[in-house]
Ligand binder design. Structure first.
Ligand code: ZN
Length: 107
C-alpha cells in the first residue's frame, strides 16, 4: 500500500480554500468557471479523503456543483429545525442541521 506524503491532506485543504475563493471571485463574471472550481475542489477532497470545510459546504450545490450565492441562485429557509437550501440552477434541495451554524468565526 502506498501512503500519501504527510502534507498531502494539508495541501489539499489549502487548494480547496483557494478554489472556493476563486469560485466566489469569478461568479459575477462567469458562473461556469465557478462551477468548474467547485467540481475540482470536490475531486481533490475525494482523492485526498479530506472533508470540505463547513464554511464552504453550503456554498455549492452538491447535485450540480453550482457555486451558490444567496439572493442570486440560492434560496435558504428554515423548516422544522433544518436549513433547506434550494439551488437556483438545478432546483434541487439540500438540508443541513441548524446547529451546523454554531461555528466560531475568526475574522
Ligand atoms: Zn444545483
Amino acid at each position: 500500500m502506498r501512503s500519501p506524503p504527510p502534507h498531502a491532506k494539508k495541501i489539499a485543504r489549502e487548494r480547496i480554500a483557494i478554489l472556493f475563493a476563486r469560485a466566489r471571485e469569478f461568479y459575477p463574471e462567469d458562473p461556469a468557471i465557478s462551477r468548474r472550481c467547485v467540481a475540482l475542489a470536490r475531486k481533490i477532497a475525494m482523492r485526498q479523503r479530506v472533508r470540505i470545510e463547513r464554511r464552504f459546504r453550503r456554498q455549492f450545490c452538491r447535485h450540480c456543483y453550482a457555486f451558490l450565492v444567496p439572493g442570486r441562485n440560492m434560496r435558504v429557509r428554515i423548516h422544522r429545525g433544518k436549513v433547506i437550501v434550494t439551488c437556483g440552477e438545478c432546483g434541487r434541495q439540500m438540508r443541513f442541521p441548524l446547529e451546523e451554524r454554531r461555528e466560531i468565526r475568526k475574522e
